[in-house]
Write a protein that binds this ligand. Structure first.
Ligand SMILES: Nc1ncnc2c1ncn2[C@@H]1O[C@H](COP(=O)(O)OP(=O)(O)OP(=O)(O)O)[C@@H](O)[C@H]1O
Ligand SMILES: Nc1ncnc2c1ncn2[C@@H]1O[C@H](COP(=O)(O)OP(=O)(O)OP(=O)(O)O)[C@@H](O)[C@H]1O
Ligand SMILES: [Mg+2]
Ligand SMILES: [Mg+2]
Lengths: 228, 228
């Protein structure tokens, strides 16, 4: 499903170049659940943004479901993202002037689902992560962890093939974290959804069967995890 | 230093009232290092904003260093915040169009420190949290954890009496977290700075001698922690 070969990413920065990825090879098959770990600044979010078609690589190749997305026009890319991907951003990226419900409905509207069908699915997703009672709150009327859960509900509502979650439990206490991981696990086990989770918390990585570790823009280890 | 009695906070929300704090009593003496824990939505950030003079309580009383801050005009309050407090926000709250260096210098400029004296102190603070090499990056040219560390450098640069850190290690890996906690610990032990840290990570709470737990807007436990 995800096939990265020799990926590099260079950010230009007033005369200097920042090499965020220095040659990453990563293949993820359909139905895998993978943890991506590594120090702050090691390139995890950069890699996720390329896999999630939110950014293009500087060098190397990336095939999503067999398609070379670096040649696809933006409009078609947006349709692929909406149809196949569920993305949980590290900074949530919620629309600040829209309610939690509207933020979760948005991917459904884009996919052509409207009216009460969209509202029902969005409410079900909010309930799955324990915040249905906040449906009409705006982001600045919610706590950090509640906003994070709206972002998770939005990522799962449209039944994606692939979920990319960047530190999805960073702002959550143990109980809320377990609830969120349970949602990912359920989608993974019941519907065969492929899940890639960036985390720096070892107990969250435990939910995955495979652990990829980045350092300074390279993969330094890629190991199956024996699950208890 | 911090004396809260019967604090309540009610957020009005289109016809409904959200009771974020339902009567909180909390006294923190000078030189204490306290962890504040509790589930997502339990009122931690709300309490910190009131202690940090960023918001006022609905009911109850709050004295900072013996002064009832709810009666102080905003301009004077801003001066008290700048002089006495170092605040690490849960969402970092960095100026998006300013470099890391400028973001850390800002509290110094406000306090009347300028030119090379301000730049030296700001660079020293960035170095303490391991990101001096990012001094001229803008926030959107840094990773999540790097932005968080800029926010921490900004909170400590002006030698505050009281540091309020809201989930300061949420986006950081183990090594960076240890570095940040080392900075707080050093200020606490060497200069007697009072530190209040909101965290949901038990190993971060271990750095503190006292653990306060919130649930649904109330303190349900307030225990000394036997440190190993
Ligand atoms: N401006 C607001 N308007 C309405 N409700 C609000 C507002 N800000 C916060 N709340 C509500 O108040 C409660 C407490 O929020 P607070 O941010 O203090 O929680 P928290 O303990 O910091 O949670 P987290 O660990 O998720 O950051 C939450 O239920 C939240 O939805
Ligand atoms: N737009 C940009 N311009 C310049 N440098 C950037 C930009 N975005 C990221 N970087 C740099 O690229 C490197 C990798 O960033 P990235 O966000 O992928 O790290 P990360 O592993 O997600 O870190 P964290 O765990 O802190 O979120 C960092 O050193 C960062 O400073
Ligand atoms: Mg990141
Ligand atoms: Mg909070």
């Amino acid at each position: 499903l995800v096939d990265c070969r020799g990926l590099t990413k260079v950010y230009p920065l007033s005369g200097v170049e920042v090499h965020a990825l220095r040659g990453v090879d990563l293949r993820v098959e359909r139905g895998e659940m993978v943890a991506v770990m590594g120090p702050s600044g090691s390139g995890k979010s950069t890699l996720m943004h390329i896999i999630g078609c939110m950014d293009t690589q500087t060098g190397g190749s990336y095939l999503l479901d067999g398609v070379d997305v670096s040649n696809v026009p933006e409009k078609e890319l947006a349709a692929i993202r909406n149809k196949k991907l569920g993305f949980v951003f590290q900074r949530y990226n919620l629309l600040p002037r829209a309610t939690a419900l509207y933020n979760v409905e948005l991917p459904l509207f884009y996919a052509g689902v409207t009216g009460s069908a969209a509202e029902e699915k969005a409410r079900a997703a909010l309930e799955q992560v324990g915040i249905l009672h906040l449906a009409d709150h705006l982001p600045n009327q919610m706590s950090g962890g509640q906003q994070q859960r709206v972002a998770i509900a939005r990522a799962v509502v449209n039944d994606p093939l692939l979920i990319l979650a960047d530190e999805p439990t960073g702002a959550l206490d143990t109980a809320s974290s377990a609830e969120v991981m349970g949602v990912f696990q359920k989608m993974h086990e019941e519907r065969g959804v492929t899940v890639i989770i960036i985390t720096h918390e070892p107990h969250i990585a435990e939910f995955c069967r495979r652990k990829v570790t980045l350092r300074d823009g390279r993969i330094i280890s890629d190991q199956p995890v024996a699950n208890s």
